[in-house]
Ligand binder design. Structure first.
Ligand code: MCN
Length: 784
């Protein structure tokens, strides 16, 4: 029965706030993480990092390190190149990354050598004694310097330029013509700062070869099967000789999608030293080497009529991808899904182009809780719309209303080529405006302004694109993007579902069980969910881009329906009727028109193994691979209310309301939890977090003293609401939700602060809106 309200029927249903099945394990401290693994003879690996952002390596001397008691080996980039293991491919194939630096280091903290020792302490001591003789070079720390090509950073590429790629989408000349003829145009350069997902558990692995030479690789991975294939491609170990297991994971947020140099080193160490090797990142390693997102400079231009109707959108982006384009980006488009930049608005014409550059910063291009550039795109358009509203002296809610894609227009073809599945943007905004009491807030603001107080209201009505994806648009390492499910029902009516996804905190053990339960009329408490072991789970592409519900969730529902088809034959046998006369109704099989003649799935499950009927194969299971016809397009209307102290720059977020629409909701409590988590991250991005580099290429936020994580003390109280527009192509109508709050909220916060400061003439401040920046902007505006 449902743990919340005790009613038998509730336990089946999608749409119920069933408590998370995984939580007793986590709440009692019994989660099983990579660092919990202890194996006999296991060595500890520590990586030696470069102190310089750009330098030639003259020599590396391992002698002193090797003399430390307990040290078993030190490997360098030269060693790996000699073994043909020097490079890691990136998922989308535009670049590759050095495992350990050879010849030159390209960013501060780059991996230079790996030390293996009996204990972590010995490995740490020895790492300090690896003597690397560097010849420092001038670093290039901005894409604007990099584009001059005065210094070419990458010696290994034939292409002697720092330019990585140009990507464009839409109608350039049509957009230019529309902008030329527009009654009003607004333009602003907005920056999505380089930031980091900073999961509670940093990256790490344990590599172990068994007596048969098979690699058992436990790793904090969001995509275990992809890792298995990537490891096979990099190391040459046949894929059947590799088992990847992702145990419990303490948050991923995108950080655990790419395969990192430390993993290759640990595998090499375990192979040559013939004993297991563990590597666990420190917090500083995590914040300086793996998993950077954003660093997008975006020029947004919107053309409109005087009445506020938008006529054209142009967004030109310069992207800083650091030393390697480590993008774990699975789309065929190098700039991921940035084409969602037209957002929720019906732009008749649009054009966007993006140029990405190498710099002497850590490898960039990884996604942080966004479907590959969607947060950047949403921020650009939502800031742009607010700037337009202010230029036209229009209410920002009214401007949005005027330009929304109308709910009758779905499926809607955007000017940049996406086909949005469904939505009700106006309905969702109205719900948010009513729920927060918008009209009253505007009155209060007017009164405060009259008293010289700075209160602001910021709106963001974003559209997300999630569920990578149809195989025609997405692949990783050439593997087309589908997902998978395998369901096995046991004789007593309990069961197991295995999927190609991997929860890092999202609650799949609960929601996948709920889907099976709903489809098969079995108790969700007795449906075990297993993910993350490549030996048992069917091949899947993993959990990121809020793809699990849209893709694997669909695979699970459809696999369950396959089980039901089989079960129907057994039910027909039990009910002595023809399968054609059996219907599935109210979570059981019954003879059509004879409700008193019915059997439950539990009855059928037992019979499937004991008495399935003449000619019916015993057993009750199904597996299914699902290639979605399209992505799903969740949306939301977010409203932030802030008070700004213009004398100190302090911003107080007084209220924040998020109304989300992710189609059919499987578990409202889990969705609300996802929204709270994502909003907290969005809040941090808007006000606290950035990984800045100084002109010498030093990473200025290598720890939690500098890279701030909001605690319950700083975080606002979140108010939530929802609307439901099912996805027409998903079997249960669900869209993804995990990223929406992170995608939609930064613009709402910034729009609110700009609204507060409008009377002072402040028009834009780049995130993060620290007190100092807000104070300076106010001071500059006043002295202008
Ligand atoms: N859900 C639901 N009904 C819906 C949509 C989703 O009940 N209509 C439930 C799902 O079944 C799932 C959860 O909400 O239990 C999130 O589902 P979904 O939106 O499909 O996202 P994913 O499971 O694919 O998770 C990925 C997404 C991303 S991209 C990042 S990054 C992220 C996030 O989710 N990282 C997280 N949320 C996180 N939450 C935690 N605790 N830790 C992370 O690392």
């Amino acid at each position: 029965t449902d743990t919340n309200n005790g009613s038998e029927k509730q336990c089946y249903s999608v749409g119920r706030s069933m408590k998370r099945k995984e939580d007793p394990r986590f709440l009692t401290g019994n989660g099983n993480y990579v660092d919990d693994i202890r194996l006999p003879g296991m060595l500890s690996m520590v990586i030696v990092h470069s102190p310089y952002p750009h330098a030639r390596i003259r020599s590396i001397d391992k002698t002193a390190a090797l003399a430390v008691p307990g040290v078993k080996a030190v490997i360098t980039g030269e060693d790996l190149v000699a073994a043909n293991l020097g490079w890691l491919p990136t998922f989308h194939g535009f670049d590759k990354q050095m495992v350990l630096a050879v010849g030159k280091v390209l960013f501060q903290h780059q991996e230079v050598a790996a030390v293996f020792a009996d204990t972590r302490e010995a490995a740490l001591d020895a790492a300090e004694l690896v003597e690397v003789d560097y010849d420092p070079l001038d670093p290039v720390t901005t894409p604007f310097d990099a584009m001059k090509d005065e210094v070419i950073l990458r010696d290994d590429r034939d292409n002697k330029t720092n330019h990585i790629y140009h990507w464009e989408s839409g109608d350039r000349s049509g957009t230019d013509a529309a902008l030329d003829g527009a009654e009003v145009t607004v333009n602003e350069r907005v920056y999505a700062p380089r930031c980091h997902p900073a999961p509670l558990e940093p990256c790490g692995c344990v590599a172990q070869f068994d007596a048969m030479g098979r690699l058992h690789f436990h790793v904090t991975s969001q995509a275990p099967h992809v890792y298995r294939t990537a490891i096979s491609l990099v190391t040459g170990i046949p894929e059947d000789k590799i088992r990847v297991v992702a145990p419990d994971i303490g948050g991923g947020f995108g950080n655990k999608v790419p395969v990192y140099p430390g993993y290759v080193c640990a595998i090499v160490g375990a192979l040559i030293l013939k004993t297991p090797v563990k590597w666990i990142e420190t917090r500083t390693e995590n914040l300086t080497t793996t998993g950077f997102a954003r660093d997008y400079h975006m020029d947004v231009t919107i053309g409109a009529k005087k009445d506020g109707t938008v006529t054209a959108l142009k967004v030109k982006t310069v992207a800083d991808h650091g030393a390697f384009d480590a993008a774990a980006d699975p789309t065929q488009y190098p700039a991921g899904m940035f084409g969602i930049v037209t957002g929720s608005y019906d732009f008749p014409v649009a054009f966007t182009e993006l140029d990405a550059y190498f710099t002497n910063k850590a490898p960039g291009g990884v996604a942080y809780r966004c479907s590959f550039r969607v947060t950047e795109a949403s921020y650009a358009i939502e800031r742009g719309m607010d700037i337009l509203a202010r230029t036209l002296d229009m209410d920002p809610a009214e401007l949005r209303h005027k330009n929304f894609v109308q709910k009758e227009a779905f499926p809607y073809q955007s000017a940049l080529g996406f086909t949005y599945d469904s939505g009700d943007y106006a309905g969702t905004l109205d719900k948010a405006l009513n729920q927060i009491g918008y009209a009253d807030l505007r009155k209060e603001q007017a009164e405060k302004r009259a008293r010289g107080e700075y209160m602001g209201i910021g709106i963001s009505t974003f559209t997300e694109v999630v569920g990578a994806g149809p195989s025609k648009h997405f692949d990783i390492l050439g593997i087309k993007m589908f997902d998978s499910a395998e369901i096995r029902i046991h004789p007593t009516g309990t069961g197991i579902v295995r999927a190609g996804t991997k929860s890092q905190g999202q609650g799949h053990e609960t929601t996948w069980a709920q889907i099976v339960s709903e489809e098969l009329g079995l108790d969700a408490e007795n449906i075990l969910v297993e993910e993350g072991d490549t030996d048992t789970a069917p091949y899947g592409l993993g959990t990121y881009a809020s793809r699990s519900t849209p893709v694997a969730g669909a695979a699970i529902a459809l696999a369950a329906r396959r089980v039901r088809e089989k079960a129907k034959k057994v039910a027909a046998h039990l009910l002595e009727a023809s399968p054609d006369d059996i219907e599935w109704t109210d979570h059981k099989f019954q003879v059509m028109g004879a409700p008193d003649r019915s059997v439950t799935m539990k009855d059928v499950a037992f019979a499937a193994y004991t008495n399935p009927g003449e000619g019916v194969e015993p057993g009750l299971e199904a597996s299914l691979y699902y290639d979605p016809p399209n992505m799903t397009f969740p949306h939301g209307a977010y409203i932030a209310v802030v008070d700004v102290d213009a004398d100190t720059g302090e911003v107080k977020v007084r209220r924040f309301l998020a109304v989300d629409d992710c189609g059919t909701v499987i578990n409202p409590m889990i969705v609300e939890g996802q929204v709270h988590g994502g909003l907290t991250e969005g809040f941090a991005i808007a006000f606290m977090q950035e990984i800045p580099y100084d002109e010498q290429g030093n990473n200025l936020a290598p720890n939690f003293m500098e890279y701030l994580i909001p605690t319950a003390v700083e975080s606002p109280v979140w108010e939530t609401g929802s609307t439901v527009t099912p996805s027409p192509h998903h079997p249960i109508g669900a869209k993804g939700v995990g990223e929406s709050p992170n995608v939609g909220s930064p613009a709402a916060f910034v729009n609110a602060v700009m609204d507060a400061l409008a009377p002072l003439g402040v028009t834009h401040i780049d995130m993060p809106l620290t007190r100092e920046k807000v104070w300076r902007a106010v001071r500059d505006a006043q002295s202008a």
